[in-house]
Design a protein around this ligand. Sequence first.
Ligand code: GAR
Length: 192
Amino acid sequence: MKKIAVFASGSGSNFQALVDAAKANQLSAEIVLMVCDKPRAYAIERADKAGVPSLVISPKDFASKTDYEKEILQKLNESGVELIVLAGYMRLIGETLLSAYEGRIVNIHPSLLPSFAGKDAIGQAFQAKVKITGVTVHYVDEGMDTGPIIAQEAVKMDEHETRESLEAKIHQVEHLLYPRVIQKLCSTDRKV
Ligand code: GAR
């Protein structure tokens, strides 16, 4: 069983989807840690409820990004984490974690990358009035939502779509796609 850590900054619904998949024996991975950079994030409550240990850690409490990530790295090592799963972690991964976990960090993004990278991808797609947007799972490199694509799923924008209805559709796709992709990564010997 692969040991994974999930990083989140907000609501943590994707973290929850992974927790639920693990509970339903649909994930051959053990979520050993939830890392959160926002002390008020709902993801922390979800972790408590699920019995997943959480590391709540704010970059503001460290002199540099390197120091911040070194602290995280130590906890990841202590927990034997083999794969880092970013799930709404709104921060660029720095050199310290990238080099320690080369090819073993994945992210989910609510658009068909390379379109609409960065913040509020759903809002960006909605404003652009595209007919199709979607969800991407990719390996993480030093860029913002760049890195080799692992999986994508399209979501159609309907004629009377609202920002809210689009967001709901995207999240629904994310919650199915992410556990499926993580399961695949954890059950094969490629990279992770
Ligand atoms: C998700 O839609 C995820 O794709 C997005 O943040 C949301 C987090 O929701 N991530 C990014 O935009 C990364 N660039 P959640 O906290 O409910 O899982």
